[in-house]
Design a protein around this ligand. Structure first.
Ligand code: NDP
Length: 345
């Protein structure tokens, strides 16, 4: 034990834990091994390769899955996301098209556009990039998307399918979280899962997917009492909060799997030092670019967790990969192919 104490490195927060803590005993057992890194970039590449093969197989029967992306106005972040989605569609062999109505487009004009896409048989997936301009009734637009083409999985019909375990389209980021767990052989059934965040886009669907896979699920939010204590119950902890580095080591049971959905851009040197002091490689990028990304999980958690997704390179790459997978899934579901195999994803 004393040898371990001497070798104990300073944590990212500059704090030395006492040797009696569960963290230390686990790290002692591990010989100071850091958490296993769950490589989202690699998993996303596997999924894209599978989607490419599925698209080729569908092409043999004369079907080319098609994705239509609707981007209203000029939101620079949305433009970057949409470019990535269109490029990725081309790479995996899907047909894709972009619709770019002006910022001034009315709810009625956008409804007409969506209804036109609903009617076209060669379009299997419709994605309306959010946020829409403030004057547009976003809920009305999302409700107008044919649930069979709703590759974002946001339509109430797909939300219902998910909660009743029927075949349907599942939101991309939550589906990506499940792929990371599945492909990393992280057991889910019977495990305690804690999801921090209850948004319709991430938190709730992740919780439902984990429940459908027989985890015992707790969902936390801004009104949860004793959040660190609740999180420490988790064998699988999913953070989807939108607050840079909020989940620190004291939220994490030693050995737990930590999935960090958060993407937060930091530009402040003090904040950088709080998360990444001593990380030379990251500092070079930060100085060159003036910013870096941090998740909702503090990097120090890698010293306690058994497995963890990095930011960037964790959940992020899965989102577009799952959009591609959802477009192929929509093409198959619409044509009644392989429904049983795809339905539980
Ligand atoms: P939302 O803002 O919609 O939801 C955040 C959730 O976190 C809410 O449920 C909120 O609780 C909860 N929350 C906020 N502060 C606290 C707190 N102090 N303690 C406990 N809970 C808190 O965010 P999203 O779900 O859309 O996104 C979450 C994160 O995931 C963001 O960082 C976002 O950038 C990222 N993201 C990443 C994607 C990817 O591709 N990797 C895709 C989508 C999102 P309450 O409901 O009570 O307000």
């Amino acid at each position: 034990m004393s040898e371990v104490r001497e070798e104990r490195p300073t944590t990212h927060r500059g704090v030395r834990d006492t040797i009696e803590s569960p963290v230390n005993s686990l790290q002692a057992q591990r010989g100071w091994m850091p958490a296993r890194i769950l490589d989202g970039t690699k998993i996303a590449a596997e999924i894209r390769a599978e989607v490419t093969a599925q698209a080729k197989a569908l092409a043999l029967s004369g079907v080319r899955p098609g994705l239509a992306v609707v981007l209203v106005g000029h939101n620079p972040a949305s433009e970057v996301y949409v470019r990535g989605k269109v490029k990725s569609s081309e790479e995996v062999g899907l047909y894709s098209e972009q619709h770019t109505p002006a910022e001034s487009a009315t709810t009625e004009e956008l409804l007409a556009l969506v209804e036109g896409l609903n009617r076209r048989d060669e379009i299997d997936g419709i994605l309306v990039q959010l946020p829409l301009p403030a004057h547009v009734d976003s809920k009305k637009i999302l409700l107008a998307v044919d649930p069979a083409k709703d590759v974002d999985g946001f339509h109430p019909m797909n939300v219902g399918y998910l909660s009743t375990q029927r075949p349907g389209l599942v939101p991309c980021t939550p589906a990506g979280v499940m792929e990371i767990l599945r492909r990393s052989q992280i057991p889910i059934a019977g495990q305690e899962a804690v999801v921090v965040g209850r948004s319709d886009i991430v938190g709730k669907p992740v919780a439902m997917l984990l429940l459908n896979q027989n985890a015992t699920v707790t969902v936390c939010h801004s009104k949860t009492r004793d959040l660190p204590e609740v999180c420490r119950r988790a064998d699988i902890l999913v953070a989807a909060i939108g607050r840079a580095g909020m989940v620190t080591s004291d939220y994490v049971k030693p050995g737990a799997t930590v999935i960090d959905v958060g993407i937060n851009r930091i530009t402040d040197q003090k904040e950088f030092d709080r998360f990444f002091r001593g990380d030379k490689k990251r500092e070079e990028t930060f100085l060159a670019k003036g910013s870096t990304l941090v998740g909702d999980v503090h990097p120090e958690v890698a010293e306690v967790a058994g497995a963890i997704t990095p930011v960037p390179g964790g959940v992020g790459p899965l989102t577009i990969a799952m959009l591609m997978a959802n477009t192929v899934k929509a093409a198959m579901l619409r044509r009644g192919t392989a429904v049983a195999e795809l339905s539980r994803r």
